[in-house]
Design a protein around this ligand. Structure first.
Ligand SMILES: [Zn+2]
Length: 473
């Protein structure tokens, strides 16, 4: 199991915890006011009426999207009017993390509810174990129509097996990036067109059945394009364009695609029949700790994600300030739609909190970072999984610890006092906490067991593409 329960006692809620991340007043005053309501307001909300609704579920994920570059999380630039409005209408998670800051592993975790060292897709290019249960698979068995549309090459079915979990899996990757010779991604426009076309077809043919639709946008993944049409709104000086400026215009562009997606979907159904999740696979380091990108380190910029769940009339708008992870999404959605998961899930359900009850108690969570992609082995037991582990980390309230496998470096930070993780509190007398050692033990042991799995040999096109994406070493 990935998640540890050393600290299952309910934590006293402390406003101090909220400040480092909600750094500035939101540019949209009413959204800031909603975010400031916090869990007590949720507790005071009357429970929604019980019912046997089977809502359609729309899961929108955005690649490499930092929470703190969105207005709803306090960013000063108006990068995300649609996302802000959407997330202000539901349960906003102020403190949410991805279990691993890499696309394939994170999205496999979100959809299966399993941490990477259990679903086996720990690196890009390593598939999940065959035959696992997942949100889309279980919901399909209960009558939901399921589809996934992906904008990122690393989520292709031949690399992840994710497509096997959906009745329809769209991989129309028509756009080139990195001056690559191969098409590696779908633009937000194409992806939105494809998802809407599917939803409209479903509505005409099978409108009585609820759907589970997942759409994964690639923007604002590096290298960041400049979208001139948003420069003025964002106050970007085109003569002195920075990488962060480009990154922010990418967010504005994906926000516009999401606006069009939501508008199209909402034409097909009443709001109270639609449960919407908005999140990211991981964040993005924009130069912090001298690092640009994501994947290799467990610092906050690439580990922290935005997360919100919206279901009009069923979830009262509010904000939750205790620690949540992408692993919580599967148990929460199963609970909200009234379907039992096929097996035990690592995360915790927030359904009670979303309905006006208590938030789950705080506990310690285990995080992991692995090497990028693999070429694929030619024989069994090539140790591609166990040799790929770079770091493990735990977060317990405000205390965060990281253990780097290479160099055996031990880091510890107080996220409330030192949100930028600049002041390592480890001294010569410190030793890793029991929680960190247990995290390392369970991840390493599981990876060792997974080495029995053969790694698939990747075709030449895939190898070239992963190289172009910067994932192959
Ligand atoms: Zn990603």
């Amino acid at each position: 199991m990935c998640e540890l329960e050393y600290n299952a006692r309910p934590r006293r809620r402390d406003d101090r915890l909220r400040k480092p991340y909600i750094r500035k007043k939101s540019w949209i005053a009413e959204i800031a006011a909603i975010a400031a309501i916090g869990v007590p307001a949720l507790l005071a909300a009357p429970p929604a009426a019980a019912g046997d609704d089977r809502p359609s579920v729309l899961v929108i994920t955005v690649d490499a999207l930092r929470a703190d570059h969105l207005g709803i999380y306090g960013y000063s630039r108006p990068t995300s009017p649609t996302i802000d409005r959407l997330m202000s209408e539901g349960l906003l998670f102020e403190r949410a993390w991805t279990p691993e800051p890499l696309t394939g592993p994170a999205m496999c975790s979100m959809l299966t509810g399993m941490p990477p060292h259990l679903h086996a897709a720990t690196r890009n290019g390593l598939r999940m174990e065959a035959g696992l249960d997942s949100l889309p698979k279980t919901l399909a068995g209960k009558g939901w129509s399921t589809a996934g549309f992906i904008g990122a090459w690393t989520l292709k079915n031949n690399l992840t097996l994710l497509g096997d979990h959906f009745e329809t899996y769209g991989e129309r990757l028509r756009r080139r990036r990195w001056f690559g010779v191969l098409n590696s991604e779908a633009s937000g426009e194409d992806l939105t067109d494809d998802a809407l076309e599917w939803a409209e077809r479903h509505h005409e043919k099978d409108g009585e059945r609820p759907f589970f639709l997942w759409v994964h946008y690639i923007e604002p993944h590096a290298p960041y394009r400049f979208h001139k049409e948003y420069a003025e709104r964002l106050g970007v000086n085109e003569d002195k364009l920075t990488r962060v400026d480009r990154y922010d215009t990418e967010i504005a562009a994906v926000d516009e695609s999401i606006r069009r997606l939501l508008e199209g979907i909402k034409k097909l159904m009443a709001d109270d029949n639609l449960l919407i999740v908005f999140t990211a696979d991981h964040g993005e380091s924009l130069g912090e700790h001298n690092y640009w990108g994501h994947g290799r380190y467990l610092y906050e910029p690439s580990l922290r994600i935005p997360l919100g769940i919206v279901w009009k009339g069923r979830i009262r708008p509010g904000a939750a300030s205790s620690q949540a992870t992408l692993l919580d999404l599967a148990p929460t959605l199963f609970d909200l739609v009234g379907v039992a998961a096929a097996g035990e899930l690592a995360g915790r359900s927030w359904a009670t909190a979303a309905r006006g009850g208590e938030a789950p108690p705080e506990r310690t969570h285990c995080y992991q970072a692995h090497r990028g992609a693999v070429h694929g082995g030619t024989h069994d037991n090539d140790q591609k999984r166990s040799k790929g582990l770079l770091s493990v980390g735990v977060i317990d309230g405000d205390r965060k610890e990281i253990l780097r496998i290479i160099g055996k470096e031990h880091l510890s930070f107080d996220l409330a006092e030192d949100p930028l993780e600049l002041d390592n509190m480890v001294t010569i007398d410190s030793s890793p906490s029991d929680a960190l050692l247990e995290c390392l033990g369970s991840v390493s042991q599981a990876l060792g067991a997974l080495d029995r799995l053969a790694t698939q040999k990747l075709d030449d096109e895939t190898v070239e593409q992963l190289k172009a994406l910067g994932y192959l070493e």
